[in-house]
Design a protein around this ligand. Sequence first.
Ligand code: PLP
Length: 370
Amino acid sequence: MRIESIAVHAGAEPDAQTGAMAPPLYLATTFRHGPAGERIGGYEYSREDNPTQTRLEAALTALEGGAAALAFASGMAATDALLSALPDGHVLIPLDVYQGLRTLAREFLANRLDVEAVDMTDVKAVASAIKPTTKCVWLETPSNPLLQISDIAAIVEIAHHAGAIVAVDNTFATPCLQQPLALGADVVMHSTTKYFGGHSDVLGGALVFATKSDLHEEIAHARHVRGAILSPFNAWLTLRGCRSMPARVAWHCRNARAVAEFLASHQRVERVNWPGLESHPNHAIAKKQMHDFGGMMSVQIKGGREATLAVAGKVNLFANATSLGGCESLIEHRASVEGANPVSPQNLLRISVGLEHPDDLIADLANALK
Ligand code: PLP
């Protein structure tokens, strides 16, 4: 089946008892069991699992073409769960990556993981950075906020040869545009807060595993004990989002192309980072491993920080806000929100292109760039 059909039906089968066509929401935290703890309906306590979470996990598994999935309270909870389950050793992460990963590695994992940033657009650089102690290569492609692209299949080959697993943050692409497990990756991570939820109203995260391995078992056990599971209501909202995700993502891509082409032709723009543009340095790899190029981009404005902030200050339809993947278009000066050590260029604005009409988005940007 194609992904559009999987998205509508996976985890969303009519309720067996009532025939309800919309998935039921089980808010129950506890489930009746026998006198010696025997499970009656398959569930015991919602910190371990819950029927609504199970439905979402079935949808996540089917959408990514995996063998199992685990839903978490946020993307960062999912990331933390995976990295915490790795044996002590070396981990490679991209130079350009969601800043939360860098903070997690520096502040919470440094005592047991030697986390090294490498240019993941350069396969040779990845090959030379791999060590005998490398446990995991973490990819984020497209990356946040520079929209750099890594060659997933090529890096998988290098990592597997060295005995390391490959995890891919697939948040920007979604499984509608890119399926890392089919390219050999071991685990996919999502901030489902973004395109899965799709309406900027539900936090969540997920890990999807290529096989039902010991790693999956270990992380499921850790989630049960440590309690970072997604709530049933958030699972229900995210499952609702899954069903329309391919249709929304197609529209995000269409709008993004119009916005990127407009920005690329504007005299005040120094550079547009969107992998769908032929001028993008990794366009060929993006074309090879993605079906389309997504709704995320960043733009670098001529004239430095002040000129860039002036553009961000003049938009009306776009909102200055963090996050991405919702119906509404967002813009953000990343360097201003990256804390004490900003790494994004001072002239960069990250853009999450929403579902408005592209003419209106372009008119708003044209006015802000006047
Ligand atoms: N990965 C990427 C690419 C992100 O953009 C984000 C959040 O912005 C995360 C992970 C973290 O997800 P969450 O905010 O759901 O914890």
